[in-house]
Design a protein. Sequence first.
Length: 248
Amino acid sequence: MKSANISKSAARNLLQRDKGASSLRIGGFEPFSTVDYPGRLAAVIFCQGCPLRCGYCHNPDLIPARAAGPLSFEDILSVIDRRKDFLDAVVFSGGEPLAQAAVIQAMTAMRRRGFEIGLHTAGTNPALLEAALPLVDWVGFDVKAPFDGYRGVTGADAGAKARVSLETLVKSGVPYEVRTTIWPAWIGKAEICMMASMLREMGVRRYVLQEARMPDRNPYPGGEALNDAAFVSETAAMFDAFEVRYAS
Ligand code: SF4
């Protein structure tokens, strides 16, 4: 639960100070979510635009940077201000939230209202992640593939930037989970082993593997790695906290 009701004049002042956030392009909004920030009831802002092209992407409408979104930041503020007593946190998801510098002002606006801030990112913009981290309380960080193998999964050579971003996150002390979506077209046991070793060396303590889902929500065929109990348990032993999220 968050702060008490604010007066109309205080709300007007907040809106004035939130002006920089108005340029945030937003592709969607979920007013109540229990699954996007561990242990928190959160509103989720789906930021428009993503520099990656993951083959399993479920949100292709969010990829174009300039697509006209149905909602403005002010629309979302007005919904959130009405429901703030029921919300703990606001999560910036995407798309890729760090594709827009205005996300910093948007996070600041939400912090001013007393919310914890969650961030979902693939770490494609290390400088903006560094600027955002002091405003953020929890990060869900997607590692798409071994860092030298991003092109196959994402269509872009984004692994070097993702590595720098993850190093920055781990050093920052901000709570996080690192997760990898297992898309069998490119990610099998060998790649999972490589990623687990690489992440452990970087000091990652919490790792989640999640099955990629087809549009009908069933898992992609060929993903037997996550059904091999011995393999999963060996991987789990490399981390303080480990989880597999199955598609169904
Ligand atoms: S990072 Fe997310 S939004 Fe961007 S292409 Fe990949 S799955 Fe889609």
